[in-house]
Design a protein around this ligand. Structure first.
Ligand code: NAD
Length: 432
């Protein structure tokens, strides 16, 4: 349980089902373990800035709708704020605050010169036309105004947002700001299309980073990526790249579940064919290369590694009791509730935390931002080699901290990140 005096001072009430409270409680637990100063715990327990905007958007039929948008900037002691923008009907302030705090920890863990932020709009983008999404995205960008910028806060794609939407954000920002900074203005956002300031390897980066982490960590747990079975929740950007890249290394993808249904093949699903099917139809339902599987059977399917790559909070206590895996690798942000994690750890299932597992996305975003600043384009081989170096080094530091402090991987990842943040706060001091 988190440090009560911090919660009291910042007027947070402990609500076990609230994702923001869960996230901060877990960070504070690590801070207590490291005996970080109280002032630092206070700072990390609340975001620096919370922006809420209301966006009037004209629909194709001439009607107007108003959408709610958020940008939360959690911490910027290491550098400009950085974090994705999500379009999803369930987006709310506490959700965005939690994900912003996770970004602070993630950037600190892998050693990027960025702080943590997150944004979102409460909307189901699947229900809007392309033109409506464009108008919404441009309006959201203008509403964020000078609260975003290549030196200040740099958004990226997340659930429900795409490279095309990042291009609209960059274009809107460039048109609204200093005409003499058109080139560096591109760096206001990452995850852009390759033709317009994007980076090779950004699209697959999160899945690629996870593969590097698994290659580094699994052998110590008695597995090898070339010879294991796994299942996935979610077959969007993160899930489908993770599936394809792990299968390329020899692993067997037994089952996938997404918002449209579940599909299973004991001999292994064809990950490439499934990705094409999802692109064409919007989900895994109807895929001919496997059989239909129900939700409970999906969770109960024996696999070596189980990878949630969809929404937060999906692995609660009840789901955790069903799982028959040896390792759960979090590709989504915060997919496991604290109660779910306790069940998994008690059952001897290792949990590899999102702060480490999905940090590949923000790492290649950092490469994209660097390329934009230097007007360069790196080859894919360069991107992959640099990504591997960063992910392997972070995985080793987490393993070492877990051994040294005798803690689980999530606490070890938090402690590794906090050590870095604490050092920088000591060096910089707190203004004024
Ligand atoms: P996406 O929109 O491309 O895909 C989301 C997937 O989740 C889809 O397959 C969808 O069917 C599935 N899904 C949605 N609701 C579901 C439900 N109720 N049950 C089962 N499946 C459901 O999003 P993404 O970019 O792949 O992001 C997935 C997760 O990874 C999110 O938690 C995101 O924050 C995290 N993440 C993404 C990146 C990135 O680079 N895209 C980086 C780091 C972390």
């Amino acid at each position: 349980m988190a440090n009560n005096s911090v919660f009291e001072q910042v007027r947070l009430r402990y609500e076990p089902d609230n994702i923001y409270i869960q996230t901060i409680a877990s960070i504070l637990e690590a801070a207590e373990r490291l005996k970080l100063p109280h002032r630092l715990q206070l700072i990390l327990s609340q975001p620096k800035n919370e922006l809420i905007v209301h966006l009037p958007v004209r629909m194709d039929d001439g009607e107007w709708r108003i959408f709610k948008g958020y940008r939360v900037q959690h911490n910027n002691v290491l550098g400009p704020y950085k974090g994705g923008i999500r379009y999803h009907p369930e987006v709310n302030l506490d959700h965005v605050k939690a994900l912003a705090a996770v970004m602070t920890m993630k950037c600190a863990l892998v050693g990027l010169p960025f702080g943590g932020a997150k944004g979102g709009v409460t909307v189901d983008p699947r229900k809007l036309s392309t033109d409506e999404v464009m108008r919404l995205t441009r309006r959201f960008t203008s509403a964020m105004g000078t609260n975003i910028g290549p030196e200040y806060d740099i958004p990226a794609p997340d659930m429900g947002t795409t490279a095309q939407m990042m291009a609209w954000i960059a274009d809107t920002y460039i048109n609204l700001h200093d005409p003499h900074k058109r080139l560096t203005g591109e760096g206001v956002v990452t995850g852009k299309p390759l033709e317009f300031g994007g980076s090779h390897g950004r699209e697959k980066a999160t899945g690629q980073g996870l593969c590097y982490v698994l290659e580094e960590m699994l052998p110590g747990m008695g597995f090898d990526l070339t010879d294991l079975t796994f299942s996935l929740i979610g077959y969007g950007n993160v899930g489908s790249w993770t599936g394809r890249l792990m299968c390329q290394r020899g692993a067997t993808l037994k089952a996938v579940m997404d918002h449209t249904g579940g599909v299973v093949n004991e001999r292994g699903l064809d990950a490439d064919a499934l990705a094409k099917h999802v692109d064409a139809t919007g989900g895994v339902r109807g895929f001919k290369g496997g059989d239909v599987i129900g939700e409970t059977e999906f969770y109960q399917l024996p696999v070596d590694v189980f990878i949630p790559a969809a929404l937060e909070q999906m692995i609660d206590e009840n789901k955790a009791k069903l799982l028959k895996c040896k390792v759960l690798a979090e590709a989504a942000n915060a997919p496991t509730t604290p109660a779910g994690e306790r069940v998994l750890l008690d059952r001897g299932i290792a949990v590899l935390p999102a702060t480490l597992c999905n940090a590949g996305g923000v790492t290649v975003s950092y490469f994209e931002w660097k390329q934009n600043r230097q007007a360069e384009t790196w080859d894919l081989e360069v991107v992959d080699a640099q990504l591997k170096k960063i992910m392997v080094s972070a995985a080793r530091r987490v393993l070492e901290t877990a051994r040294k402090l005798e803690v689980d991987m999530r606490l070890a990842a938090h402690c590794t990140a906090l050590e870095h943040l604490g050092n920088v706060y000591n060096l910089r001091g707190i203004f004024p």
